[in-house]
Ligand binder design. Structure first.
Ligand SMILES: [Zn+2]
Length: 193
């Protein structure tokens, strides 16, 4: 059920562990083939076959990786169980709002209700850093998710340097410091140096 909530597209928890064979390290990103047993989580490498993480072994559990929503939730649980401190988290503004409502607060409330853990504790406070977005409101640094050439128009507009640090550096022909200075001051990138 948690898998459906956190990864609606695939319906399973996106937990993974890299193949432990030296020089391999392949992971199955979405956790589609994971089978959850009582004491271990078995994984499958297409080259080297099965390997597993034993849940009783902290060193093995530390090798587990999770996708952003799952990682966010695990961190939330860990912070709630940490009774010695009230944790404050800083993250990008693109995680604010509905993302946290659906992927953090809702499952945290259900988890606490069903297990009795973290009862009466306040969920960690989260501070959000501003995000540079494109005209559609999408995070500019995630240009992996837009179609090839989607930001080509930024070149004639002179804002191409916001697409990547590499382009920012190329625009000013220095180590990138001038471009970063202008972004920090909120000044136009198109102005002459
Ligand atoms: Zn392998």
């Amino acid at each position: 059920m948690l898998g459906r909530q956190l990864s609606p597209k695939h319906g399973v928890l996106a937990l993974r562990a890299a193949c432990p064979v030296d020089g391999c390290g392949l992971v199955e990103k979405h956790g589609l083939r994971n089978a959850y047993a009582e004491s271990a989580i078995p994984f499958q490498c297409p080259e080297h076959g099965k390997h597993a993480i034993r849940v009783s072994e902290p060193a093995e559990v530390a090798r587990l990786e999770a996708n952003a929503p799952t990682c966010n939730l695990i961190r939330g649980m860990a912070h709630l169980l940490d009774t010695k401190a009230h944790n404050i988290r800083v993250t990008g503004g693109d995680y604010a709002g509905t993302f946290q409502e659906m992927f953090l607060y809702r499952p945290l409330a259900a988890w606490s209700r069903e297990t009795g853990l973290a009862a009466g504790r306040t969920t960690p406070h989260i501070l959000y850093a501003p995000v540079i977005v494109d005209w559609s409101g999408a995070k500019l640094s995630k240009n992996l998710y837009v179609r090839e050439g989607a930001y080509d128009v930024m070149k004639p507009l002179g804002t191409d340097g916001l697409c990547s640090f590499e382009r920012l550096r190329a625009h000013f022909g220095d180590d990138g410091a001038e471009g970063l200075r202008r972004i920090w001051r909120g000044r136009e990138l198109v102005e002459g140096p």
